[in-house]
Ligand binder design. Structure first.
Ligand SMILES: *Cc1c(COP(=O)(O)O)cnc(C)c1O
Length: 255
């Protein structure tokens, strides 16, 4: 594994995030970078943690649990052998979540960014209750309006947020959205702009409480537009591994 390349890529992304924040007259520290590791090896995940990466994102429950468990073991061993306690990263679920996978995910996840239905929210609430946790979540919004995309429709999001508010084991922290798969920056800007308006409306009408502050918007190709429109979280995968060999993503999703 090429740690130096990984380190260069990470620094470059931090720099670009900082520059985008400055252009938008925002504090660079107001934007969290979630490193999306997907097919990267556990060694790469460890190297990222050593580089100071504090937020990790995964999209498949099985891989999520396996990596989070391995990383915890690695950090526990370190803490045992060194005087300092290692800083534990936060794990973000960023992939579509099926209800029958919630139970396996909950012991490992810090934030679920992809809640897009009441049924899913209720299942998380029920399972979280059993283990006595309150789970920070984001509502995933279908920003582009494309029917093949996951996420709740913009027009239905406020109602869903109101319903989620009644679930005691869920802590609604904000919104998450994916931009349209398009090189047309104006279309991306419009889609993110709609999500920003929705965010402002939820805050303005006090649909959610004061902890509703997060806007997860932007990936490798469009994070600068996300930051321009107020993203507090960007999810970066491919840009982090540029120039490095990684296995391709499995074509079939787990069932
Ligand atoms: C894979 C993925 C990302 C990262 O995408 P890149 O284009 O590789 O940066 C971000 N968000 C979600 C939901 C993803 O599935």
């Amino acid at each position: 594994m090429n740690v130096r390349k990984l380190s260069e890529n990470w620094k470059r992304i931090e720099q670009r995030v900082g520059e985008a924040a400055s252009r938008a007259r925002r504090d660079p520290k107001s934007v969290t970078i979630v490193a999306v590791t997907k097919t990267a090896s556990v060694e790469i995940v460890q190297a990222l943690v050593d580089l100071g990466v504090r937020d990790l994102g995964e999209n498949r429950v099985q891989e999520f649990a396996r990596r989070a468990a391995l990383l915890k073991e690695w950090l526990d061993q370190r803490s045992a052998s060194a005087a300092t306690t290692a800083v534990r990263p936060r794990w973000h679920m960023i992939g579509h979540l099926q209800r029958n996978k919630v139970k396996a995910l909950l012991p490992w996840v810090d934030v679920i960014q992809t809640v897009d239905s009441l049924r899913l929210a209720e299942e998380i609430d029920a399972q979280a209750g059993k283990i006595g946790r309150v789970i920070p979540i984001l509502l995933e919004v279908n920003a582009s309006g494309e029917s093949n995309k996951t996420g709740v429709a913009v027009a239905a999001a406020i109602h869903l947020a109101e319903q989620i508010r009644t679930l005691r084991q869920l802590d609604l922290r904000g919104l998450m959205a994916m931009g349209p798969l398009s090189d047309d920056r104006e279309r991306v800007r419009q889609a993110f702009g709609r999500v920003r308006e929705l965010f402002d409306e939820i805050v303005g009408e006090r649909v959610a409480g004061p902890q509703f502050r997060e806007l997860s918007m932007g990936m490798s190709a469009d994070f600068e537009i996300g930051i321009e429109l107020g993203a507090t979280c960007v999810r970066i995968g491919s840009a982090l591994f540029e120039g490095m060999e990684l296995p391709a993503e499995p074509a079939v999703t787990e069932s």
